[in-house]
Ligand binder design. Structure first.
Ligand code: HPA
Length: 278
């Protein structure tokens, strides 16, 4: 039974293709966004596949993102890594953006860590901090489950506990272990690609957001529909618009991500080691 709706691709077929490329059967997967890709430097690679070779995957366009699926071992744990993602602001439908998550579920992944770069709204946050997602607010103006219902998965998905408590605990422990300032908070997702106005940042703060970004939420929703346990981690690359004297730029976001990349790579490895022990 197809579960990709309206597309010619079937996530089960892509998962079957993937199973033929590797004998490893990881239960943990990660989507590495801007700044997080250095985590790959610690991985023992078994197989690396460009998204272009995976039926139904979109190729990735933004600088800072190179689209590859990697299966290997990190901190001794088998992992599947999606290096780079496509974004809603590139003009794709949410169901296309989230197709890889359905493939992961069909492949046998049980736990998914979603990473991203985000602007800090909480006044206690500083650029370079990490933030473990406790919850999210979807202001992207759409929902990845919109469209015809799917066979075998719930139509109306409960989002009371999107971000799994146990995985959140492991992320906080990893932060302590490698001494990287790690906060917890609510991630608010916008469509982008423009950054926010200062008035929007003030408004989002009043709504209860601690950070703002342009990804992660569609993947988290689909992952929950597929029954995966989800964790989210933001690198606070800048303060929200109007909170600092300098205007925002993609270069600033990438520069902070670059500055933190060695620490972040250590963090992700520590998370895998703690995951293995838990
Ligand atoms: N706003 C939205 N998305 C972002 C930001 C921001 O300030 N920084 C990194 N991604």
């Amino acid at each position: 039974m197809s579960n990709t709706r309206n597309t010619e691709f079937n996530s089960k077929q892509t998962a079957t293709y993937l199973k033929r490329q590797t004998s490893l059967r990881p239960q943990l997967a990660m989507v590495l966004g801007s700044g997080f890709q250095a985590a790959l430097s610690h991985i023992e690679v078994d197989v690396e596949i460009p998204y272009g070779k995976l039926p139904g995957f979109l190729s990735v366009g933004v600088s800072g993102h190179v689209g590859r699926l990697v299966v290997g071992k990190l901190g001794g744990v088998p992992v599947l890594i999606l290096k780079g993602r496509t974004h809603f602001y590139e003009g794709h439908e949410m169901e296309q953006l989230t197709f890889p998550v359905r493939v992961l579920a069909d492949f046998g992944i049980r736990n998914l860590l979603l990473t991203n770069a985000a602007g800090g709204i909480n006044k206690k946050f500083r650029p370079g901090d990490l933030m473990v997602l406790t919850d999210h607010i979807n202001l992207m103006g759409s929902n990845p489950l919109r469209g015809p219902g799917l066979f075998g998965v719930p139509r109306f998905v409960d989002l009371t506990d999107v971000y799994d408590e146990r995985l959140r605990g492991l992320l906080l422990q990893a932060g302590k272990k490698i001494k990287l300032r790690t906060q917890s908070g609510v991630y608010l997702a916008v469509a982008g690609p423009s950054y926010e106005t200062p008035a929007e940042i003030r408004a989002y703060g009043r709504l209860g957001a601690d950070a703002v970004g342009m990804s992660t939420v569609p993947e988290a929703i689909v992952a929950r529909q597929c029954g995966l346990k989800v964790a989210g981690l933001s690198c606070i690359t800048n303060l929200g618009a109007g909170m600092s004297k300098t205007p925002l730029s993609h270069q600033e976001v990438l520069a902070m991500a670059e500055q933190q990349k060695a620490k972040i790579a250590e963090f992700i490895k520590a998370f895998c080691e703690l995951y293995a022990k838990s």
